[in-house]
Design a protein around this ligand. Structure first.
Ligand SMILES: [Fe+2]
Length: 319
């Protein structure tokens, strides 16, 4: 048995139409007639033929096909075709005994007995390698809406609503992150309680972010998403990177809530006026009510109350 060479080029699938790989003894063939056929067997059976052998192989295959026998051809007939190609190989390259040194030689692994299964093959257009580092133009510019959506809402209405919702989104994302900052950096005797409460509110704000963003998208617009864009858009004052005491943390949170609640009331009213009942519902039922409830929970922590001993009634000033 003589080993051949291999390189890229014309590919001939080394399987018959019943998916039986070439170059195997009949008793070595896997059961290929079931849908669970293992593709690795098929790939091992592929062979490469180049140059003058491509046409020879094609003629051989055409011959069997013209007889109508190719789908059920037995392994001996296939071997006959292989030997034909091997003879051609010897005729064309009699000068060399080293097949690897002749660039005109075919790329398949030939032998007197027939094709040998090729260990490694590359299949064009089928590759498990992820295609990374890709870039392309945007498919929709920010600040636009899809022209035609079956929502019974005119394009100008959707443009206005998505613009206002993006402002609400930027502020809500900032408030969400302010809650996480407060959750991490809170200090003092109420640490445990506030640590948990801030994180609960963070989670609720995160849900609102998703609700608002998806409302924008379903109206045909584009939601803001990235931190740099949020920082440029939000109206909430930027806090310092360092830690602040609890009353300041809570005051910042309440100021942010106030901005959002004010926008919610304006936006809900405007949405009703232009006929966008869905936006009105999201803004009132989800955003406004959640913010109102959170305001109540955190503002109670700024009420001056004695911790251990009640003050004498005479000493207490009410109001
Ligand atoms: Fe945490």
């Amino acid at each position: 048995m003589r080993e051949g060479t291999s390189c890229g080029g014309f590919w001939l699938r080394g399987v018959d139409l019943n998916h039986r790989p070439l170059g195997y003894e009949p008793n070595e063939l896997p059961d290929c007639s079931t849908p669970q056929f293992d593709d690795s067997n098929r790939r091992l059976g592929r062979q490469t033929v180049m140059g003058p052998f491509a046409s020879a192989t094609h003629r051989t295959a055409s011959y069997f096909t013209s007889l109508g026998e190719f789908p059920s051809i037995d392994i001996r007939r296939l071997r006959a075709s292989h030997l034909f190609i091997c003879d051609l190989h010897k005729t064309l390259a009699p000068q060399t005994s080293n097949a690897a040194s002749n660039p005109l030689l075919p790329t398949a692994q030939f032998s007197e007995e027939g094709f040998m299964p090729k260990k490694e093959v590359q299949t064009p257009n089928i590759n498990a390698q992820p295609r990374i580092h890709q870039r392309a133009a945007e498919i929709q510019r920010y600040g636009t809406v899809s022209h035609a959506l079956p929502l019974e809402l005119d394009e100008p209405v959707r443009l206005e609503m998505t613009e206002q919702l993006n402002q609400l989104l930027a502020d809500t994302m900032t408030l969400r992150d302010l809650y996480k900052k407060s959750h991490w950096q809170v200090a003092g005797p109420t640490f445990y309680q506030l640590h948990l409460l801030f994180d609960k509110h963070y989670g609720e704000q995160a849900e609102l972010v998703d609700t608002i963003a998806e409302r924008i998208q379903l109206l045909g617009g584009i939601s803001l998403a990235m931190a740099a864009d949020i920082a440029e858009t939000t109206r909430i004052e930027r806090p310092p990177r360092g830690r602040e005491e609890v009353p300041v943390q809570i005051s910042r949170l309440l100021d942010a809530h106030q901005l959002i609640i004010g926008l919610c009331r304006e936006l809900a009213e405007r949405a009703t006026k232009v006929g966008d009942a869905g936006t009105n519902d999201v803004v009132v039922s989800d955003v406004l009510r959640t913010n109102e409830l959170q305001v109540w929970f955190i503002s109670e922590h700024l009420v001056e109350m004695p911790l251990v001993r009640a003050e004498e009634p005479a000493m207490r000033k009410v109001g």
